[in-house]
Design a protein around this ligand. Structure first.
Ligand SMILES: [Cu+2]
Length: 477
């Protein structure tokens, strides 16, 4: 059990968050009726549970007939229809159609396509690519048959009205999102309305904000990790159980960029840069590469203050990591990138699986390391810095299904907290539930002061709380 630990962070309150705010744990762990209520409320900012802990695997009991390893393909970039080099204007359509997670076995999905080119539905959705400082115009058209949707740019700092956490874009309607890309890094767009189900149906995609307009090295990749629950016919399967609602639905097929156990072809000796995105509902991926360390250079909101090397990397739902990997070896060799067993405190551990393979070839190797890093200044905390505490608890078998609480108050009916524009705050976040509880804060970033009593200082916008988190919260730009 992971309860009883806590963490601390600090942040500064930003302009769009100056009104009294409702705190809400959002989305995946909440019955639909409660989520409707939450979306009707004026949520100024939100604690977001991108997923709670994992549910048991294997609701689709039959064995899935896996295909021969497909090629690993990166999401294609959305066509930019604005010729201005500092403006990215893209057209995204959410529609119903099919996608083959398994070859020749189409699944009915809700997914995104490039509305400018009329391309096919993609899972994950097309890449939104921009450079820091660009003005983004993202036109979302809802071609779904049944319900409203929104577009939430998970991890980006942007105005609340452009955050996709409010209202609904109804079928046949369009919403134009407009904002400045302030931060470099990989982000994760998805609906913020019935998002647990809509993301599982295929509505999610990556976004990459680069420091400048220099072309991306072929060795700098976008890798969206996910698990889907499929029946033997290859279609999405299984009802949503109470366990799924409480702890996040886990699938029975791991996919990278929508394909099971794909093969990535890379030059032997390359120093590859991978932007990893966990798009799953309830699975943490503990990544390891046969005999190769993983050098972590970035987290959710850009570069880390202190790059570090690790043998295995846990990526919680909604998290992104920016890593470098030295692909030592000779042409013709293969490396396995594995998802190792990880216990999130709920349900059985996942078994070890090969997530994808790297096939080394004889092309000239590239070094995709960034040429420079942003310096990260520690936020100035003093004894006078406002502090708040948040204790997260749950009742899995509540009267109306699984229920979650912040400081003893039932989410989403929490007493709003008020913060001052530009204020710096220290937040103590303690997870007293019996499993991991990833959370992030919309529209702002924080630095982590300590985790489980161990001091750290890195800019983040999301964090998996398996223990006591001390978060330096900067509600600011
Ligand atoms: Cu988010």
């Amino acid at each position: 059990m992971l309860a009883g630990f806590a963490s601390k962070a600090v942040g500064i309150i930003g302009a769009e968050w100056a009104k009294p705010a409702t705190i809400s744990t959002t989305v995946l762990a909440v019955p639909r009726a409660a989520r409707r209520a939450a979306h009707a409320a004026p949520v100024a900012y939100a604690f977001l549970a991108c997923a709670a802990c994992a549910a048991p695997v294997g609701c689709a009991d039959e064995e899935i007939d896996r295909a021969d390893a497909p090629e690993l393909v990166e999401p294609t970039a959305l066509h930019d229809t604005d010729p201005d080099p500092d403006v990215v204007e893209v057209w995204l359509e959410a529609a119903v159609g099919t996608f083959d997670y398994l070859p020749g076995k189409p699944a009915e999905v809700w997914a995104y396509r490039d509305g400018a080119t009329g391309g096919p539905l993609q899972v994950p959705g097309p890449l939104i690519e921009a450079k820091r400082g660009d003005l983004l115009r993202v036109h979302l058209t809802n071609e779904l048959l049944e319900e409203g949707t929104t577009l939430h740019m998970h991890g980006l700092r942007l105005p609340a009205a452009m955050d996709g956490a409010h209202g609904a874009v109804l079928p046949k309607e369009r919403f134009d999102y407009e904002f400045i890309a302030q931060d470099i890094g990989a982000f994760f767009y998805h609906p913020h309305l019935f998002s647990d189900v809509q993301i599982e149906r295929g509505l999610h995609g990556p976004m990459l904000v680069r420091p400048d307009s220099a072309p991306r090295s072929p060795s700098e990749r976008i890798l969206v990790l996910d698990d889907v629950k499929l029946g033997p016919d290859g279609d999405l399967a299984g009802d949503w159980t109470e366990e799924d609602i409480a702890h996040g639905r886990r699938g029975n097929l791991l996919v990278v960029n929508g394909r099971p156990s794909p093969t990535l072809r890379a030059p032997a000796g390359a120093r590859e840069r991978w932007h990893l995105v966990n798009a799953s509902n309830g699975r943490s991926f503990m990544l390891a590469i046969d005999g190769h360390p993983i050098d972590v250079i970035g987290w959710d909101s850009g570069p880390v203050a202190m790059p570090y090397s690790t043998e295995s990397l846990v990526i919680a739902p909604g998290e992104r990591y920016d890593v470098l990997v030295d692909l030592g070896g000779s042409a013709g060799e293969e490396l396995d990138v594995r998802a190792l067993p990880y216990d999130r405190g709920h349900g059985p551990e996942e078994s070890e699986e090969v997530l994808f393979r790297v096939a080394l070839d004889g092309r000239p190797p590239e070094d995709a390391s960034p040429s420079s890093f942003d310096a990260i200044e520690p936020l100035p905390v003093t004894a006078a810095t406002q502090a708040r505490s948040f204790v997260l608890t749950q009742d899995v078998h509540g009267k109306y299904g699984p229920q979650f609480f912040i400081n003893g108050e039932l989410w989403p009916f929490n007493t709003p907290i008020e913060g001052s524009l530009g204020a710096l705050e220290v937040w103590d976040v303690e997870n007293q539930s019996d499993g991991d509880h990833p959370f992030h804060v919309h529209g702002m970033r924080f630095q982590v002061l300590s985790q489980g009593g161990v001091a750290v200082c890195r800019v983040r916008c999301a964090l998996n709380i398996a223990f006591f988190l001390k978060v330096l919260h900067q509600f600011a730009h």
